[in-house]
Design a protein around this ligand. Structure first.
Ligand code: S3P
Length: 171
């Protein structure tokens, strides 16, 4: 198995900020699957959803994971919130390294993403219901995929990064 650290979790869980802090702390390269997809397709995520649809985005996520398995090691990898939903992606992540689930409460997500327009999965009249429903469906899948689970509510980004370092990098 490769020894990357893969951060998974719901939108707004802090995957991007924690991955940056962790990469700095451990001096590891940093990869963000959303950034890779946007660079490959040449447009922002919301545009990709609008133009090609969710299924195309999901297929691109899988092909990015396949590419990372061929090319990447000893890196911090932050993945989009919906990536672990596909079974094949959960299998690919296991090949890629240690999977860490950043767990977050729905109320924290709603607070953090108030006014956010960049996440097409949350375009809904009742955003609170949407977050609760999606989270109820996804959390068991995140848990199934992860070797390490960290509760993140009320913790600072640096504190979470240190926990990930202890539990998943310096094992
Ligand atoms: C998605 C999460 C987003 C991005 C896309 C779809 C999802 O990433 O991949 O908008 O389905 O949860 P973040 O989790 O970084 O917001």
């Amino acid at each position: 198995m490769k020894d990357n650290v893969i951060l998974i979790g719901f939108m707004g869980a802090g995957k991007t900020s924690v991955s940056k802090a962790l990469a700095k702390l451990e001096q590891m390269p940093l990869i963000d699957t959303d950034e890779q997809i946007e660079a490959e397709v040449g447009m922002a995520t919301s545009r990709i959803f609008e133009t090609y649809g969710e299924e195309y985005f999901r297929q691109t996520e899988t092909s990015i994971l396949e590419k990372l398995i061929r090319e990447t090691d000893h890196s911090v990898i932050s993945v989009g919130g919906g990536l672990p939903v596909r079974e094949i992606n959960r299998k690919l992540m296991r090949e890629l390294g240690t999977v860490v689930f950043l767990n977050v409460k729905a109320e924290t997500v709603l607070k953090r993403l108030e006014g956010d327009t960049t996440r097409p999965m949350l375009y809904a009249d009742d955003k609170e219901k949407r977050v609760n429903d999606l989270m109820a469906f996804r959390n068991p899948l995140y848990r199934e995929a992860a070797q390490v689970v960290i509760d993140t509510d009320e913790k600072s980004v640096e504190q979470i990064a240190r926990e990930v370092a202890e539990l998943a990098v310096r094992r």
